[in-house]
Design a protein around this ligand. Structure first.
Ligand code: ATP
Ligand code: MG
Length: 337
C-alpha cells in the first residue's frame, strides 16, 4: 500500500520556480494496477520518481507500507528502493554487460555475493520473462520487446512489492506492446505485485489498470476506477484525452442533436446489465422506441460495458417512465440537453 500525502515538488528555475507537483493526495492499494495519465509536462514522471526517491519532494509525504520514505536514513533508503522496482521507456540497460549481468546487477548492488544463488535467481527470472536463450547475449542484439523483458527481469530481481513503470511500452510496436502488457498482467497476478504505470496510451489503461489518476499541471484532477472514469469522465482534460483516443466525442454530438427530433439519452450498461436486452424491454414497458445514434461496446479490463447515445422516438414522447425503467435496471442514464 502506498500513500501519497500533499506531495509537492518545486523545481528551481532561472526566473520563476516550477511547480511540478501541487499537493497530490493518492492511495494505491496492494496488488492493484494503478495508472497515471496526463498531458506532457503534467508531472507524471516527477510523481513516480518521488515514489522511489529518485526525486526528493519539496514537501508532503510518501508512505510505503506505512513507512515514511523521508524518515529513512542513507543506509535504510537502498533497502526500501529494493522494494520498488522500476522499468523505463528506453530500457536503461548496461550495454557492455550481458543479459544475465544486467539482471544480476541489482542483486550485487543489494550486497548478495553467493554466485550460485545469484545464477539460480537470474535463470529463474530469465525463464519467467521468456529470455532463457539470451542469457549471454548483449543488449545490442535484442529487439525492443526483448530489451524491455530484460528491464522487467532486472526490476523483479530483488522481489519488490511494487513495480513502477514510466512509459514502458511507448517505444514498442503495438504487437510487442501487447505481449509486454500481458507479461505485466501475469506478474501482477502471480506475485500479487502492485504496479504503478504511466502511459499516454488510453488502451493500456483500459486493458490493464484497475484504477487511474488523471494529472494536470501537477494536480490530480480526477481519480477512480477505470470503468467509472472512462465512461463518465468529469474533467475537461480527461475528456479530451479520451476523445483523442477515439472514444465517442462531444463534437459529433452537436450534429446529432441538430438532426434528432426526440430527447437524447446517454445510457451506460456495465457488467451484468450488458447481457440483457434492455432496450427492447424498455420499449415493451413504455411504448417508446429508441434510435441508436452513437455508441461503443467493449471491455474495460474484464468488465463488459456498453455506452449508447439514443434518441427516444414516439408520437408523444414522455421519457419519465423510461428513466424509471433504466433506474430500476441499474443502467446509468443521462438526458443529453
Ligand atoms: N529536473 C528538472 N528540472 C526542472 N524542471 C523539470 C525537471 N524535470 C521535470 N521538470 C518540469 O516539471 C514538469 C513536469 O515534468 P514531468 O517530466 O514530470 O512531466 P511528464 O508528465 O512526465 O511529461 P511527459 O509526458 O512529457 O513525460 C515539466 O514542466 C518539466 O519541464
Ligand atoms: Mg514523463
Amino acid at each position: 500500500m502506498i500513500r501519497i500525502e500533499q506531495l509537492t515538488k518545486i523545481y528551481p528555475g532561472r526566473g520563476a520556480d516550477h511547480l511540478a507537483l501541487d499537493a497530490v493526495d493518492l492511495s494505491i492499494d496492494k496488488g492493484e494496477i494503478f495508472g497515471i495519465i496526463g498531458r506532457s509536462g503534467a508531472g507524471k514522471s516527477t510523481l513516480i520518481r518521488c515514489l522511489n526517491r529518485l526525486e526528493t519532494p519539496s514537501s508532503g509525504r510518501v508512505l510505503v507500507d506505512g513507512q515514511d520514505l523521508s524518515t529513512l536514513s542513507a543506509r535504510e533508503l537502498p533497502r526500501m528502493r529494493q522494494r520498488l522496482g522500476m522499468i523505463f521507456q528506453h530500457f536503461n540497460l548496461l550495454h557492455a554487460k550481458t543479459v544475465a549481468q544486467n539482471v544480476s546487477f541489482p542483486l550485487r548492488l543489494a550486497g548478495r555475493h553467493d554466485r550460485d544463488a545469484i545464477d539460480r535467481r537470474v535463470d529463474a527470472l530469465l525463464e519467467r520473462v521468456g529470455l532463457s536463450a539470451y542469457r549471454d547475449s548483449y543488449p545490442a542484439r535484442l529487439s525492443g520487446g526483448q530489451k524491455q523483458r530484460v528491464g522487467i527481469a532486472r526490476a523483479l530481481a530483488n522481489a519488490p512489492s511494487v513495480l513502477l513503470s514510466d512509459e514502458a511500452t511507448s517505444a514498442l510496436d503495438p504487437q510487442t506492446t501487447l505481449s509486454i502488457l500481458q507479461l505485466l498482467q501475469d506478474i501482477n497476478r502471480e506475485l500479487g505485485l502492485t504496479i504503478v504505470l504511466i502511459t499516454h496510451e488510453m488502451s493500456v489503461i483500459r486493458n490493464l489498470c484497475d484504477r487511474v489518476a488523471v494529472l494536470d499541471h501537477g494536480r490530480v484532477v480526477e481519480t477512480g476506477r477505470v470503468a467509472d472514469i472512462f465512461l463518465h469522465p468529469q474533467h475537461a482534460v480527461t475528456r479530451s484525452l479520451l476523445a483523442e483516443s477515439g472514444t465517442p466525442d462531444e463534437g459529433a454530438l452537436i450534429q446529432l442533436r441538430q438532426r434528432a427530433t426526440g430527447p437524447l439519452l446517454r445510457l451506460t450498461f456495465v457488467g451484468d446489465t450488458t447481457y440483457q436486452p434492455l432496450l427492447s424491454r424498455a420499449t415493451e414497458e413504455t411504448g417508446l422506441r429508441f434510435n441508436i445514434l452513437q455508441g461503443s461496446v467493449g471491455r474495460i479490463k474484464e468488465t463488459p460495458y456498453g455506452q449508447l447515445l439514443v434518441e427516444a422516438v414516439g408520437a408523444h414522447v414522455e421519457i419519465g417512465p423510461a428513466l424509471a425503467f433504466f433506474t430500476r435496471w441499474n443502467v446509468h442514464h443521462e438526458v443529453v440537453a
